[in-house]
Design a protein around this ligand. Structure first.
Ligand SMILES: N[C@H](Cc1ccc(I)cc1)C(=O)NO
Ligand SMILES: [Zn+2]
Ligand SMILES: [Zn+2]
Length: 291
């Protein structure tokens, strides 16, 4: 049962979250020529993110930053783990995908900035990680921040990770996917997608928004197919949710082209900040539950 009872912890942290930090991470990731799963820049982006998260981890002994090596392609996924205190066997995951794609050119030097798809999601969850570490937050459950490789070519990185967690019997109590958070194409702010996700957790996410972000308007929609990495976790029976930037067909029109740039989302990250704040509330409310 999803209890919301961490207001005294969450509200001060929400106030510290800044769109400018999210925007900087989007720019940094967009500056790689591409982040395609088979190119050297795609590999370099993974190494850069590992280093970035390592810096943010600030030497804390309960935090590890690792790369998940995928046997059949070059780009590694990146996983940051904050070890839980007295309920560490239960795991909460927030993820986005590291890779980008230009569908008209997937060569070594193709231009694929992937600012919205999905630097915005990785930047949003990076801001969650930064604020939790900066405030020395210690979760009871284990928290994992994941930047998946190879999403654009069939959710391949998250599939390998979710399958390996299932094979290991990992007790992942919830997964949130942030794929495209910074293009406000619709009337509502956050759209909770109801296919390939868990309905009880979706209700919890909606309640988190009502509690912590009461000015935001929530919609629902469906992809009609396995449209991002949440589907990899859902397929293994884990509770997943996918809050998304817009209603179907009103999302960022520039994705998968050289024009998926920060400039084409207005050179600001105000929309992404909503998702980052929702993500922090999710990680703290679920992370604070005991055995
Ligand atoms: N197709 C997904 C993005 C996507 C997800 C949902 C909807 I509606 C429209 C577009 C993708 O490219 N993920 O990387
Ligand atoms: Zn995406
Ligand atoms: Zn995409």
């Amino acid at each position: 049962s999803y209890v919301i009872d961490q207001q005294s912890t969450v509200n001060p942290l929400l106030a510290q979250m800044q769109a400018s930090n999210i925007g900087q991470t989007i720019v940094d990731l967009s500056n790689f020529q591409n982040r395609y799963y088979q190119t050297s820049s795609g590999q370099n982006a993974s190494d850069w993110l590992k280093q970035r998260w390592t810096t943010l981890a600030n030497g804390r002994s309960d935090i590890t930053i690792e790369q998940f090596t995928h046997a059949s392609w070059k780009q590694k996924s990146v996983i940051a783990t904050i070890q839980g205190t007295d309920n560490a066997s239960e795991v909460v995951v927030i993820g986005g995908h590291l890779d980008s794609i230009n569908l008209s050119n997937t060569g070594e030097t193709a231009r694929a900035p992937g600012a919205d798809d999905d630097a915005s999601g990785v930047a949003s969850l990076t801001e969650v990680f930064r604020v939790l570490v900066a405030n020395n937050y210690k979760p009871r459950r284990t928290l994992k921040f994941m930047a998946y490789a190879a999403e654009e070519v069939g959710l391949r990185g998250s599939k390998e990770i979710a399958n390996s967690y299932a094979a290991a019997g990992a007790n992942v109590v919830g997964v949130m996917q942030l794929d495209m958070t910074n293009y406000k194409g619709s009337a509502n702010d956050i759209y909770i997608y109801t296919d390939y996700t868990d309905s009880a957790q979706n209700t919890f996410v909606s309640n988190l928004i009502a509690t912590y972000l009461p000015t935001l308007k929530v919609g629902t929609d469906q992809c009609g197919y396995a449209c991002s990495d949440h589907a990899s976790w859902n397929a293994k029976g884990y509770a997943a949710s996918m809050p998304f930037e817009a209603a179907m067909g009103q999302d960022d029109p520039y994705i998968h082209t050289a024009n998926d740039t920060y400039a084409n989302t207005g050179n600001q990250a105000d929309h992404a900040l909503k998702f980052a704040r929702m993500g922090l509330a999710y990680m703290v409310e679920l992370g604070s539950d005991g055995p």
